[in-house]
Design a protein around this ligand. Structure first.
Ligand code: GAL
Length: 646
């Protein structure tokens, strides 16, 4: 696969409007010195580009783009719509978002718009058209950056326009009110609707809301933001058909369905802020890189934002240890990013983010952070054999926003942090240096040898059927507890849970027996502990590999394995602790012959291969000696070794 870029990208968000022009010359000179290829400009510039309704001032942006171009710096130009100006909000107060309790969120920070606001959309689209016309042919332009982190602060709004748009969305989805009543199960609690205009957004209610209404509001809200994105996209495609377009994602961000969004970007970009104080934060970071790569079927993506050191928005904003920033950057490259960009180039002197680190910190270029930036820029400039290359993975882990949304509802068998449950399974593959993709319910499954499904509470029949057929054709499927319980309308599957997976697994789930947060031992061929959860499993045709050794389900099957067609289906009726997950994953790797780069997991250490390079990275704060594919390597604390791939 080719890259969109001629070389790995290096740089960051650049907000020159916060500085006098004398500083701009120094910026360009420092960027050149640091190996910066790319600046992301204009993300929050609306109020300066359009100081009054319909009056535009592009002089300063012309000037900085020309200077950057002269300096050989390419520009990812933002459409500047992320933060609407005060005059627009004054003129259209109805555009302000309203929270679930009916409180209007005031102006003075950013993202002050309801996703369904017509006034916001009209003005945004007009601005984008002007920007596209003016800069579409600018020689510095490398790509468009639409808006910024859609939904980061306001992903759900309960204002009047949102309520109207929700009703229209429902009418489109269901066609008739009878069909909506069926899907929502409104025979329950007298919720039957006679007409679409009787329906409201799910505001704060006396008690549990209708689950399908809640889920549909999540889907609608994701689509409402996507609609805004598509409105800008339409303008850019029309005016500048050849310029690549993106908008920056936020990893496993819970509020929008990136499987759907990713179809509409030319390349995926991500903003990533792992907590330097958390020794395990590299795990979620690695998973996030893998998700970004997976969203467009393995296409290289781009790390759009990360902090050179501390952020300013945690209770404790730890600085990155020496080397840690390089380690995280190499992780992104190794897992498919064609570059490393940051928030932001120069640390702000004023405003809400003045304590957020930057590539040029308050202390100036003569600083540890800037020296590490310079070294990283130089290293990326010299890195051969990686750009545009894919990461090949024969393991897929299912991730579904519908299941995330269904799992975070109330009145469920137990509260589940869906992402944590997915990561339970991701971790043992990461520890063994086995590359994993993420897989959505519409993804092609044919390239995988192992698939893992964890707490996939809600899924369409069609996906479960495809999984069953994929196992029959030779795949090895591992299904974790609380999966296949509900259909896509959140109606329970009858006759024992698991739906069409029953064929592949040879079991049904009769009843849940939550273990109140207690660990429950498993006994048998593969022992270990389950966490806080048991199920009564009925075995139709499967081998019982382990049974529960304690709790209500003592003696009942806990782990089963079935040969199904040419493949194998495993079912685990509890949440595995780390040891159990590691054992089961090792067993599955052995049985399938999927290769692991690491034999003995070492905390903090990961290994991944991309193109010509094997990236071995130690995120821990002590040195480690590890055996990777038979080669012994000693890594410093936060050190990385880039080895030629054999
Ligand atoms: C991102 C955002 C940036 C900046 C950064 C700080 O969410 O896109 O504009 O706010 O966080 O960490």
């Amino acid at each position: 696969m080719a890259s969109l870029f001629p070389a790995l990208r290096f740089g960051g968000d650049y907000n020159p409007e916060q500085w006098p022009r004398e500083v701009w010359d120094e910026d360009v000179a420092l960027m050149r010195g640091a190996g910066v290829t790319t600046a992301t400009v204009g993300v929050f510039s609306w109020a300066l580009l359009e100081p009054r309704d319909g009056e535009f001032d592009f002089e300063w942006l012309d000037d900085i783009l020309d200077r950057l171009h002269e300096g050989g710096i390419r520009v990812i130009l933002a459409t500047a719509t992320a933060s609407p100006p005060a005059w627009l909000v004054r003129a259209h107060p109805e555009m302000l978002p309203v929270d679930v309790d009916g409180i209007t969120l005031g102006f003075g920070s950013r993202q002050s718009y309801s996703p369904s606001s017509a006034a916001y959309r009209e003005h945004a689209v007009r601005l984008v058209e002007r920007i596209a016309e003016r800069y579409g042919a600018h020689p510095a332009l490398e790509a468009w950056h639409i808006n910024n982190e859609y939904g980061c602060h306001v992903a759900r709004s309960y204002d009047a326009e949102s309520a109207d748009a929700f009703r229209a969305w429902l009418e489109k989805r269901y066609g008739t009110i009878e069909e909506l009543n069926r899907a929502w199960g409104t025979a329950f609690w007298s919720q039957h609707y006679g007409r679409f205009d009787e329906i409201d957004v799910p505001r704060t209610m006396p008690t549990f809301g209708n689950p399908t209404q809640l889920l549909d509001f999540e889907r609608f809200s994701s689509d409402a933001l996507l609609g805004l994105y598509l409105a800008e996209l339409e303008v850019l495609r029309r005016v500048t058909p050849d310029v690549p377009i993106t908008t920056n994602f936020m990893g496993f961000f819970a509020e929008v369905d990136y499987w759907k969004w990713a179809q509409h970007v030319d390349f995926v970009t991500d903003d990533s802020y792992p907590d330097p104080a958390d020794p395990d934060s590299y795990v979620l970071a690695a998973a996030t890189r893998d998700l970004m790569r997976s969203l467009r079927g393995g296409q290289p993506w781009l790390l759009m934002e990360q902090a050179p050191s501390a952020v300013n928005w945690r209770a404790d904003n730890s600085a990155k240890a020496p080397g840690a920033h390089r380690a995280h950057s190499l992780q992104a490259i190794g897992r498919g990013s064609d570059g490393v960009l940051h928030f932001q180039w120069r640390q702000s002197q004023a405003g809400a983010e003045k304590f957020h680190s930057a590539m040029v910190p308050h202390a100036g270029p003569d600083s540890r952070v800037h020296r590490e930036i310079q070294a990283l820029g130089a290293e990326l400039a010299g890195m051969q054999g990686v750009i545009g290359e894919e990461v090949s993975a024969s393991v897929g882990i299912v991730f579904s926003w519908d299941s995330l949304w269904a799992n975070r509802q109330h009145a469920t068998p137990s509260s589940i942090d869906y992402l944590e449950h997915v990561l339970d399974w991701y971790r043992p593959f990461l520890d063994r240096g086995v590359a994993t993709d993420f897989v959505g319910v519409d993804s092609d499954l044919s390239t995988y040898r192992i698939l893992v499904v964890a707490s996939l509470v809600s899924a369409p029949d069609e996906f479960l059927d495809r999984l069953e057929a994929w196992v029959a054709a030779g795949g090895t499927l591992v299904v974790g507890h609380q999966s296949g319980i509900l259909d896509q309308d959140l109606h329970a599957r009858l006759g024992g849970y698991l739906g069409a997976l029953r064929g592949a697994l040879g079991v049904r789930v009769e009843e849940f027996a939550p273990a109140g947060g207690r660990n429950v031992p498993l006994t048998g061929e593969l022992d270990g502990h389950g966490q806080g959860w048991q199920e009564f499993v009925l075995v139709d045709s499967a081998e019982v590999v382990a049974r529960f050794g304690d709790g209500l389900a003592t003696g009942h099957p806990a782990l089963t394995r079935r040969d199904h067609g040419d493949g194998v289906g495993w079912y685990l009726a509890t949440r595995p602790d780390a040891e159990l997950a590691a054992r089961l994953v090792s067993r599955v790797l052995e049985e399938t012959g999927v290769e692991a780069l690491i034999e003995t997991p070492t905390p903090g250490v990961e290994a991944v291969e991309r193109g010509a390079i094997r990236f071995v990275i130690n995120h821990g704060d002590i040195p480690r000696t590890v055996l990777v594919a038979g080669e012994e390597l000693t890594l410093d604390a936060h050190g990385a070794s880039l080895r030629p791939r054999r």
